[in-house]
Design a protein around this ligand. Structure first.
Ligand code: GLN
Length: 505
């Protein structure tokens, strides 16, 4: 049996039943990752470390069976032996961490990020670290200081970003699933561009401890995988309160797989979404929306209707404002967060310099790429005395209004739906000289980020050039279960999520 394109849930089942060993699966994924190295998914692939973890997982399972574990408890953990990988924005003690930046080339963390530690505790095997835009700033993975990642559906196109390497690894079947982070769309947009499933939970659900900070009031981790079922399984392991993150949500542990499977009250089996009201914000279907994206999204919505959901018109009047608001708040926080990279404590230090100030300047001039520098400058500007009130404070006020607009919608509907991005994945190199153009393409993912709401991208078919299109689902705070349930119902009825790129099988 081939492990290619095997998902998290399927791998976990086969491993738990003893129908495959982790060493077998890990070996196959490693050889696929090696064979498709030119896609640029991995910044660091470590066969030796992965196989060591796989052997340990197989041993745990053997020991678990021997000691008579039974029932729902999977020996070694719910993801025991399942091959995954991490976006290189999570610090890991077993592998270097770069955040896609030259600044952290050769950096090794003395500890694991909480999300990494939790997946490890659930038994998952990590193949290595995945490519991303430098410090997660970007929408195409072209701001990686190392190399761009290529979209497996068309290697001449971008996979989206900033979690581009994560999206490529899943879409090309190099891992069963992986971690990503989303500050303004970085899980949802690359998932949409590569035809995979990704969920950004409510702000506070996954710990930010050990996730290299970009914009702390927005940063959130989440799984990227082949299906809602896979995402639910991973998220259950990843989520939970962490006292080392001051904004971690203090809530009891959640079984997202169980929530995903819980039937809606009164809904018949043929209409599992009966009673679900899906709100369509008119601002998410503007005239400028690409026709192919519009068509795929509307077809998916009709499918949801067929499954029993009702569609209602809603409005998010400040959708357009979310672009300037985000591109003030995120750089402001970034300029502060990135001040720690000064050549003293972390990573790169210039070799030739005069005094201390000169060392700081040369180190930062050499270590950061141009997009990161642009954001540090914008951030420092909007926070500076004299401009703070005009920009940063205004943006904060508007952010609150954007969140209030969502609450008004959720009085009329249970889930909000629309496109993830205005177009399918664009050509490599196409957006690189106009940053504002790239910022504008974030329009549909930024509102939920600013409000701190959970958002998901679910494969909805294909558009121009055979490129995947994602349907975005946005839920109210902590309604991840509703999103996963809706996506799962769609995936039980359609097969967009099972499609894989030609030539990579
Ligand atoms: N594209 C957005 C940006 O460049 C979002 C990135 C992210 O979510 N990390 O900031």
């Amino acid at each position: 049996m081939s492990a290619a394109f095997m998902g998290v849930a399927q791998a976990a089942r086969l491993l738990a039943q003893g129908q495959a060993s982790s060493v077998e699966l890990t070996t196959e994924f490693l050889s696929r990752a090696k064979a498709h190295e030119s896609l640029g998914a991995f910044l660091h692939l470590d066969a030796h470390a992965a196989l060591e973890q796989a052997r340990a997982a197989d041993a745990r399972r053997a020991a678990g069976l021997g000691s008579g574990s039974q029932g729902a408890v999977v020996p070694g953990g719910a993801l025991n032996g399942v091959p995954i990988a991490h976006k290189d924005i999570f610090v890991t003690e077993d592998a270097p961490t770069t955040a896609g930046s030259k600044m952290l080339q050769g950096y090794r963390s003395p500890f694991d990020a909480t999300v990494v530690a939790r997946l490890k505790a659930a038994g998952a095997v990590s193949l290595g670290k995945l490519n991303c835009d430098e410090f997660a700033m970007g929408s195409a993975n072209e701001n990686s200081a190392y190399f761009p990642a290529k979209n497996p559906w068309d290697e001449g196109r971008v996979p989206g970003g900033s979690s581009g390497g994560s999206a490529v690894a899943v879409a090309a079947g190099l891992v069963t699933g992986c971690t990503g982070t989303d500050t303004g769309g970085s899980i949802r947009q690359p998932a949409s561009f590569t035809g995979i499933t990704g969920i950004k939970p409510t702000y506070g659900v996954c710990s930010r401890y050990g996730m290299i900070a970009f914009a702390s009031s927005l940063d959130q981790a989440g799984p990227m995988a082949r299906s809602a079922e896979d995402c639910a399984l991973m998220l259950t392991a990843m989520a939970g309160f962490d006292e080392r993150d001051s904004t971690s949500a203090q809530r009891p542990a959640v079984d997202y797989s169980a929530q995903m499977l819980t039937p809606r009250e009164g809904a018949p089996a043929t209409q599992p979404l009966k009673g679900l009201r899906i709100g369509l914000p008119r601002e998410f279907f503007p005239a400028a929306l690409a026709a192919d994206v519009d068509a795929a999204v509307r077809a998916a919505l009709s499918e949801l209707q067929r499954l029993g959901a009702t569609l209602v018109d809603v409005t998010l009047p400040r959708t357009e404002l979310s672009i300037p608001v985000y591109y003030i708040i995120a750089p402001a926080e970034a300029s502060s967060n990135l001040s720690r990279f000064d050549g003293v404590k972390f990573g790169h230090r210039a070799t030739q310099y005069g005094d201390l100030l000169d060392m700081y300047k040369k180190t930062r001039a050499e270590g950061f790429g141009s997009e990161v520098k642009r954001r540090i400058m914008i951030g420092a500007y909007v926070l500076s005395h004299g401009y703070y009130d005009a920009y940063y404070l205004q943006a904060q006020k508007l952010r609150r209004m954007i969140a209030d607009d969502f609450q008004a919608c959720f009085r009329q509907c249970d889930v909000i739906a629309g496109p993830v991005a205005p177009t399918v994945a664009w050509k490599l190199g196409q957006g690189s000289d106009d940053p504002v153009q790239a910022y504008l393409a974030d329009i549909f993912t930024l509102p939920a980020s600013l409000a701190g709401l959970p958002g998901m991208s679910v494969p909805a078919g294909f558009g121009e050039g055979g490129m995947p299109v994602g349907l975005q689902l946005i839920g109210n705070y902590f309604a991840e279960g509703t999103l996963l349930h809706t996506a799962h119902a769609l995936q039980q009825a359609t097969n967009f999520h099972t499609k894989t790129p030609e030539g990579l099988r």
